[in-house]
Design a protein around this ligand. Structure first.
Ligand code: NDP
Ligand code: HSE
Length: 436
């Protein structure tokens, strides 16, 4: 059988990884797919570099529109990134009857509903394994491997840059800015790392997992997003003393009244496997009602790890190319007419445990006043740490860990605590997850 023909849009980090792995393992991949997979054309703004990378073996064009309309192309692989030109090209490829493989989580988290609907109408596949946690086959696991389960929650370290920064801050006691520069030098962080450090990249990814896990449309605009820019080294240190590590987690949880969808720095017990995922590695913990907890670990970024996921999609599409569209795995795991309108809950309705740190005057009765406010708000204390005040400085840090409580109750209590004259700083509030 003739090879299936692929048009590659963008031959940057992931595009070149995809080209190289496909070339290196082509015989093994052909045996799995049932026919060869051939990149016939590459579009990139830098045609000279593209020709160099491909060694003159494929057509190279500068205008990606020439690829998505080319009659001999069966699959378009979009590896440009962003929501602008990538959206136009993906929709145009679909309109022209091409299957699409993409690693673009930003595009799908924001425009996924439109893109999946266009693909459904046209009977083509949009595959996106590489969009979440790079080389880890988490989309496949959620959509197929765990299909028997009512998924209860997912918690993931799904941004390598921020995990690297947090690991370095904890291990070496370095400050945020220093480690961010190191992450950029090592190539983990983007040139403009805002999406990484502000939690937006992780929110794109958890949004996609949430839709697949709970059978609902993609709802990035409802996600609560906090990055790590406001996290201070002292909280990482105190968390450690209390037996916790701070991780930037993407969390989505099914509740009676809706779904939680959030990204924020989170205290996790140091004894959990996921708390020990260090450096730029990713890990996703999924709790299903039948299987229990399952954990997926690996490289969430990089040329070849991400190419591994892109090519897995290419093989899937090649196998399913001629299948009746109704017999394919639905884009969001649930049949499109079975997606539900379950609401994403506002952050004030989230239930969590909390870490509260405050600077107080070191005098009699301060602690009693704080615990009274918490008790009156119905918030139960799990643990407490009071630091010794330094000589000549009648101030100290108090850290309180609470049991599970509704976020709005904690916020109200914090307002009352901050109004006390003996409380000398705003209260630092971090969420905690037991993940058991
Ligand atoms: P790069 O910036 O390395 O590559 C993008 C490539 O697309 C560049 O070569 C760029 O050319 C080219 N390009 C830009 N605009 C156009 C256009 N209009 N037409 C044709 N080519 C164009 O990005 P990555 O490879 O890192 O990322 C690609 C996608 O994969 C993104 O969606 C990203 O989020 C996702 N992803 C990336 C991972 C990673 O580890 N890097 C991991 C998981 C997902 P030029 O350089 O000349 O501008
Ligand atoms: N910038 C992303 C990260 C790349 O650090 O995880 C992978 O999506």
């Amino acid at each position: 059988m003739n090879p299936i023909k692929v048009g590659l849009l963008g031959i940057g980090t992931v595009g070149s990884g995809t080209f190289n792995v496909l070339k290196r393992n082509q015989e093994e991949i052909r045996r799995r797919a049932g026919r060869g997979i051939e990149i016939a054309v590459v579009a990139d703004l830098n045609t000279e570099r593209a020709r160099e990378l491909t060694g003159g073996t494929v057509d190279v064009v500068s205008d990606a529109n020439d690829v998505v309309t080319r009659p001999d192309i069966d699959i378009v692989v979009e590896l440009i990134g962003g929501y602008g030109i990538a959206r136009e090209l993906v929709l145009k490829a679909i309109e022209n009857g091409k299957h699409v493989v993409t690693a673009n989580k930003a595009l799908l988290a924001v425009h996924g509903n439109e893109i999946f609907e266009a693909a459904r109408k046209k009977g083509v596949i949009v595959a996106f394994e590489a969009a979440v946690a790079g080389g880890i086959p988490i989309i496949k696991a959620l959509r197929e491997g765990l299909t028997a389960n009512r998924i209860q929650w997912i918690a993931g370290i799904i941004n390598g840059t921020t995990n690297f920064i947090l690991s370095e801050m904890r291990d070496k006691g370095l400050d945020f800015e220093t480690v961010l520069k190191e992450a950029q030098q090592l190539g983990y962080a983007e040139a403009d790392p805002t999406f990484d450090i502000e939690g937006i990249d992780a929110a794109h990814k958890v949004t996609l997992m949430s839709a697949i896990a709970f059978g609902m449309p993609v709802q990035f605009d409802r996600a609560h997003v906090e990055g790590i820019t406001k996290l201070s080294a002292i909280d990482i240190k105190y968390a450690e003393e209390l037996g916790y590590r701070i991780k930037l987690l993407g969390i989505t949880r099914r509740r009676e009244d809706g779904v939680e969808l959030r990204v924020h720095p989170t205290l996790v017990p140091a004894s959990r496997l996921i708390a020990n995922v260090e450096g730029a590695m990713n890990a996703v913990l999924v709790q299903g009602d039948a299987v229990g907890a399952t954990l997926y670990y690996g490289k969430g970024a990089g040329a070849e790890p991400t190419a591994s996921a892109v090519i897995a999609d290419l093989v899937d599409v090649t196998r399913l190319h001629t299948a009746d569209p109704n017999h394919r795995v639905p884009h969001l795991a649930f049949q499109p007419d079975e997606l539900s309108n379950v609401p994403v809950l506002p952050i004030e309705e989230v239930t969590s445990s909390y870490y509260l740190r405050m600077r107080v005057s070191d005098e009699t009765g301060v602690l009693a006043e704080i615990t009274r406010i918490l008790a009156e708000a119905g918030i139960s204390i799990d643990a407490m740490l009071q630091k010794e005040s330094r000589e000549g400085e009648p101030q100290t840090d108090i850290i309180i860990l609470t049991h599970l409580t509704r976020e709005k109750q904690v916020n109200a209590a914090i307002r009352s605590i901050e109004a006390l004259q003996t409380v000398l700083s705003p209260v630092t509030r971090l969420r905690m997850e037991e993940l058991n």
